[in-house]
Design a protein around this ligand. Sequence first.
Ligand code: GLU
Length: 425
Amino acid sequence: MNQYEHAINQLDKICAIIKKTESEDSEAELTYHEMEILKHPNRVTEVSLPVIMDDGHLKIFTGYRVQHSNIRGPYKGGIRFHPQVDLNEVKSLAFWMTIKCATVDIPYGGAKGGITLDPKQLSLGELERLTRSYTRAIANIIGPEVDIPAPDVYTTPQIMAWLMDEYSKIRGKNVPAVVTGKPVEIGGSLGRDTATAQGGFFVLEEVLKKISNLSSDQNKKDISIAVQGFGNAGYNFAKIAHDAGYRVVAVSDSKGGIYNEEGLDIEKVVEHKNSSGSVINFPNAKNISNEELLVLPVKILVPAAFENVISLEMVNDIKASIILELANGPVKIDASEALAEKDVLIIPDVLANAGGVTVSYFEWVQNTRQYYWELEKVRARLKEKMAQATNLIWETKERYKVDMRTAAYIVAVERLRKAIKVRGI
Ligand code: GLU
């Protein structure tokens, strides 16, 4: 079974749980045949992207845009630049965006894009020409009311700015709402850069309130956290958690990780990474591998890099009691089920990292209204949204006696199902 088939298989499992629990209550015969729609992406686009490289030769890249569902609103989801991008991965990520937007109840469907390349091998000029080439190739299927791209792994606000500029030139007018995660100078939202991490942190604190007594800063110091990945999500999360008084004991990037049981000063780690190119070899910390980081004796593990980093074989070595999925799909489905049986609390990606797309939604609202919010307002609304979603998922978890991922999917599937029903097929 490939990654996409694994992902959509979840739908049958969720429908069976809802049917069983609901019919025990009401004896109603529930059918879920309309959910078949969600097993197939609405549209899959593959494009060839010609780019003149700096040395004058022509190179053709392959790009994708998968528009999974627009049942609840325009397609929404990031664009990934990575050597491992393939159609199967983009389809899974697009499906997860549909579930994510429904989980936190923002009025979007789900989509994802990607280009197969190693962005570290391209100059800035080559990256710009590639982004403009991709924008021209998908211009007819995106737009503020149709499909709104955003950043994802290895794509930046600068890349979103080029996309917005190219699209605006094609349309002959400024169209800031075609993409989110833009620089603030051209209509980006304050707080979008830290939103994924900030949202994950709000969710984590809401969960901790339910399971532990966090009344003093000393209690926070006792909570150790390991963060895998030092990109936008991982770095900002480590910083926010450290600044709030938690003990961040380990972080890592693509070259490896560092560990100090007493805690790391994240600002100093950033300075070190900026001057040396990596977090490794940080003074007073032990170098560890990315795999070692995942099995450290910590209270909270935060995978914030790629999908499928925690597999079934690793389950018995994992010592954390909470896993906050800041990356998309970092825990394989079978590992997730085995960890739930071991009473490891997994806060699922579709909730834990939904702060990013939530502030993307705020950015799009600000663009369409042309009225911009203060940072405090963005933060307060993000906190409210994350707390509401966490509480509803927690109640659903208790009611159906399931893990948090299953509860999040139940919430999402019910919202999607109602939308399909009222719209008709
Ligand atoms: N790429 C991010 C995600 O996976 C953000 C998507 C968006 O803002 O549209 O949720």
